[in-house]
Design a protein around this ligand. Structure first.
Ligand SMILES: NC(=O)c1ccc[n+]([C@@H]2O[C@H](COP(=O)([O-])OP(=O)(O)OC[C@H]3O[C@@H](n4cnc5c(N)ncnc54)[C@H](OP(=O)(O)O)[C@@H]3O)[C@@H](O)[C@H]2O)c1
Length: 234
């Protein structure tokens, strides 16, 4: 898959990492970039094509796939982080995280998979997180949803291989966007993450690891939960 010359659609393309993806795609020579947003009036990037899309609204998802029949690169970026610990969190909040990261993203992918097939295969990038691999108690719902999205991404990679669609995952820790505004920790520049992710797509990477914390946690997976969660070590 080559980003240069592709026709891309980015969900949540109006701000944060999605906005940086839209800019990076245009800079990398994408021939057309659909910036999908719940409110398309909030898309500000010159040269992008705003398109209305709430990924949790199945009718809107179907309409988007009809309005963008030439897509060759789908970037599933839209996401929320609403909090919600496992035991004491609001069950509705827990469900909402899954509605967005799991069911909404899956719905978009199902709608666009035939579009990609008709256009020669193309590629999908799912924006995941270091928290696909590590749980943080205060935002356990988000972590669980990102873990589920990782599992689905791996299934999709196998299922879509037959139609020639490349499936990549982006894993990253805190980025400097609204989502992490309240976090007091080092954050990466989302513009740099978007640029790196597009390079990863060009290279055909299955997983694009965008920062050191994601690399460390991935490396720790084989060492077991005692290493991933030092507070458990006896
Ligand atoms: N920021 C981080 O530290 C971090 C770290 C790892 C991974 N990520 C992931 O990176 C992706 C982008 O996050 P971000 O940091 O750019 O967050 P952000 O600044 O809060 O932006 C979130 C974007 O997702 C859109 N969105 C949320 N729910 C949607 C829905 N139902 N339908 C369509 N669009 C929806 C938002 O649209 P509205 O403007 O309409 O709300 C907004 O455009 C997410 O998947 C997130 O989980 C973020």
């Amino acid at each position: 898959m080559t980003v240069n010359g592709s026709v891309a659609l980015v969900t949540g393309g109006n701000r944060g990492l999605g906005d940086r993806f839209v800019r990076a795609l245009l800079e990398a020579g994408a021939s057309k970039v659909y910036a999908a947003a719940r409110d398309p009036r909030k898309v500000t990037v010159e040269g992008a094509i705003p398109i209305a899309l709430d990924i949790t609204d199945p009718a809107a998802v179907r309409a988007a796939a009809e309005q963008a029949p030439d897509v060759t690169l789908l970037i599933n970026n839209a996401g929320t982080s609403l909090g919600s610990p496992v035991l004491k969190g609001d069950p509705d909040t827990f469900r909402k995280e899954f509605d967005t990261h799991v069911f909404g993203t899956l719905d978009v992918t199902r709608a666009f998979a035939p579009v990609l097939a008709r256009n020669g295969g193309g590629a999908i990038l799912n924006v995941l997180s270091v928290l696909s691999w590590l749980s943080v108690p205060d935002i356990a719902a988000y972590c669980a949803a990102k873990s589920a999205a990782w599992s689905i991404t791996n299934a999709l990679r196998l299922e879509l291989a037959g139609q020639g669609t490349q499936v990549s995952a982006l894993h990253v820790g805190y980025m400097d966007t609204d989502m992490a505004a309240a976090v007091d920790a080092p954050k990466t520049d989302p513009a740099e993450v978007a640029r790196l992710a597009l390079e990863g797509i060009d290279k055909g990477l299955y997983e694009i690891i965008a920062d050191d914390v994601s690399r460390q946690v991935k490396g720790g997976l084989s060492a077991g939960v005692e290493v991933l969660y030092p507070q458990l070590a006896h």
